[in-house]
Ligand binder design. Structure first.
Ligand code: NAP
Length: 281
């Protein structure tokens, strides 16, 4: 048996096409959608991600302003940039890239992103509203996981989903989104005892840890659907997920590839959120 590959490229292309059409309508009406990306790191995988956002934005006729404060920036400088962009009427969406400088916490700084411009759901207000079932932008990666499952016809209602990772960027919001879709959700983390026993009992496994090859066949139930959110740089300049695809392919029913799974959908959703934020103004 070899697992079905759940590509994100087709869904991402559809979202980008729809977003570009809406961006063109807005521009014709005199509002040019603009996304600001605040960077305070020299991290190479972050730089790769920012380049891919900027490229996708350009194709969709969305202006992307990268505010690079440098790896030595202070938390105060990051907060000041977010506050300035929040007050700038020409900016509709704001993303704060991680990693952040030492001593700066995302949950703390992201509170400076205006709620209505928080297109990556980083402001704690957005996560709180999401948890309460109220309208807010969800973190794009968490939404990408759910949209990708839906796109491939994977039902979540009544099914047991194990999420590995409990970050505010992926694990927690994805758990809330899946609960809202009537899944039974178990959230695992570094202190979970006997991870394989928990994850192998799930119908659907979502992995967002950041450790290449953490998930092997023993962690996966026979025929389960596996969503690999992890993006770990490889020595040859590529990317690999948290799932050991070779070992898991023989056991899972379906598996998202890395690259080409959750990643492209995430980028497309950030642009969709930016256009939505611009439309609301
Ligand atoms: P993070 O903030 O570092 O969180 C990692 C989570 O994994 C934590 O909850 C941690 O548990 C848990 N963990 C660590 N070791 C574990 C283990 N041995 N067993 C079980 N759980 C373990 O990371 P993140 O920001 O959520 O990102 C996770 C991955 O997703 C990274 O590879 C990142 O690059 C990728 N990512 C991809 C996209 C995309 O668009 N594709 C977007 C965002 C992130 P504790 O809470 O107990 O420490």
């Amino acid at each position: 048996m070899s697992a079905l590959s759940l590509s994100g490229r087709e869904l991402a292309a559809a979202v980008r096409t729809e977003t570009a059409a809406r961006a063109a309508e807005l521009t014709a009406a005199g509002v040019v959608p603009k996304l600001a990306v605040v960077v305070a790191t020299a991290d190479e995988s972050s730089a790769w991600y920012v380049r891919s956002i900027a490229k996708a934005a350009e194709k969709a006729a969305i202006v992307c302003e990268v505010v690079d404060l440098g790896a030595g920036a202070t938390a105060d400088a990051v907060r000041a940039a977010l506050t300035r962009l929040s007050a700038d009427d020409t900016v509709h969406g704001i993303i704060l890239q991680t990693p952040l400088p030492a001593g700066a916490a995302l949950e703390d700084l992201a509170g400076a992103i205006a709620f209505e411009k928080d297109v990556d759901g980083a402001n704690p207000l957005s996560l709180g509203r999401l948890a309460a079932g109220l309208p807010a932008f969800a973190p794009a990666t968490a939404e990408a996981v759910v949209d990708l499952l839906e796109h491939h016809g994977v039902k979540t209602a009544g099914r047991h989903v194990a999420v590995v990772g409990r970050s505010t960027v992926v694990g927690k919001p994805v758990a809330h989104l899946l609960l809202d879709r009537d899944a039974t959700v178990t959230v695992c983390h570094s202190r979970t005892s006997d991870l394989a026993a928990v994850t192998s009992a799930a119908d659907i496994l979502v992995v967002a840890v950041g450790r290449a090859g953490l998930i092997t066949a023993e962690h996966v139930g026979s025929g389960a659907v596996v969503v690999d959110v992890g993006t770990n740089p490889t020595e040859d300049g590529g990317l690999t997920g948290d799932v050991d695809a070779v070992s898991v392919a023989g056991r899972a029913g379906a598996l998202t590839p890395v690259p080409g799974g959750v990643g492209p959908v995430t980028t497309a959703l950030l642009l969709r959120h930016t256009v939505r934020a611009a439309e609301r103004r």
